[in-house]
Design a protein around this ligand. Structure first.
Ligand code: MEV
Length: 313
């Protein structure tokens, strides 16, 4: 039986979440070891979808899955295959609603799988345009950064509306990603920042500072200044917290990381839950931070050596 797959992976935002929505730059890292795989088989029994949330016919997907349903229909229309039967299976290692790009990774893997299945060429621009169909539905006003990073093999410099740029990283540091286990709420957090901008005159300066830190961080990454990089993470966390998108557990994890040897720590992604990232100078200190955070309730931690992130593969 004919079967093809499409893949993508998790992402984290190193610098620039939220401010990226307003045109400021962001630095994002692909986390290739945490994968989403979509496989498609030919079928004689209609159009079927199976994932951790739903198993059944495309036309019967529940409201919570409307974004994915809409995306699949759009892709089928684009490929002139509206009526073709298939069996699609989504398998993902990315925890949902943790700022790790799970929804974008699903979208990217679906688009890749269908184009592969129907043997059609797919440009990167087209991939991002199509993935945006479900991201728009799920997140409201997405910057496009999630889809760009979960489909990239290299760290990227992302400015809304522009082609993502690969950036070099000169570091020997380690990142600890710690999952609080608390569902982040990207849509709500993005809305919250929007209303802050409408009501608080200081919010605009906060957004500009986040962009400035991203620019300084790019320089630190290129020259290997990990101390300053850590400080920039802390400054970003302070601002994100002031904007109201942190969470008491994220603040606790950040403080615990810093008192256990981290150079810097901040939330990653939409916030209000989700994950914290901590920069540590070496592997033993990364392991120490991970252990401490797990003791304080992190449901999962990942250690990511920064130095390998600019390798292709
Ligand atoms: C979500 O991963 C990142 C945000 O900046 C929203 C977006 O860029 O669309 C919070």
């Amino acid at each position: 039986q004919k079967s093809t797959t499409g893949q993508s992976h998790a992402k984290i935002i190193f610098f620039g979440e939220h401010s990226v929505v307003y045109g400021q730059p962001a630095i994002c890292l692909p986390i290739s070891k945490i994968k989403t795989v979509v496989s498609i088989k030919s079928s004689s029994e209609g159009q079927q979808v199976s994932s951790r949330y739903f198993t059944g016919f495309l036309s019967e997907m529940p409201e919570s899955q409307t974004g994915i349903q809409l995306l699949i229909k759009t892709v089928l229309t684009e490929l002139n295959q509206e009526k073709t039967p298939f069996g699609l299976t989504i398998t993902s290692e990315i925890p949902a609603e943790r700022g790790m790009g799970s929804s974008a990774a699903t979208a990217v893997a679906i688009v890749r799988a269908f184009f592969h299945f129907f043997k059609q060429p797919l440009s990167h621009t087209e991939l991002l345009r199509l993935a945006d169909v479900s991201e728009q539905y799920i997140h409201g006003n997405p910057s496009g950064l999630d889809a760009a990073t979960v489909s990239s093999q290299t760290p990227i410099w992302f400015v809304r509306g522009r082609r993502p740029q690969a950036i070099p990283i000169k570091q020997n540091t380690f990142l600890v990603i710690a999952d609080t286990g608390i569902m982040g709420q990207t849509g709500l957090a993005v809305q919250h920042v929007k209303s802050q901008l409408a009501s608080d005159p200081q919010a605009e300066a906060a957004i500009e500072s986040l962009g400035k830190y991203a620019k300084q961080a790019r320089h630190c990454l290129a020259i290997g200044d990990s101390k300053k990089l850590g400080l920039l993470m802390n400054h970003s966390q302070t601002i994100l917290s002031k904007l109201g998108v942190s969470h008491p557990t994220l603040d606790l994890f950040a403080n615990l990381s810093l008192s256990n040897g981290a150079l810097g720590a901040k939330l990653t992604g939409g916030g209000m839950g989700g994950c914290l990232i901590s920069l540590t100078p070496d592997k033993p200190s990364a392991e120490k931070v991970a252990t401490v955070l797990e003791k304080h309730g992190a449901i999962h931690t990942w250690i990511e050596p920064l130095v390998t992130l600019n390798r292709k593969g």
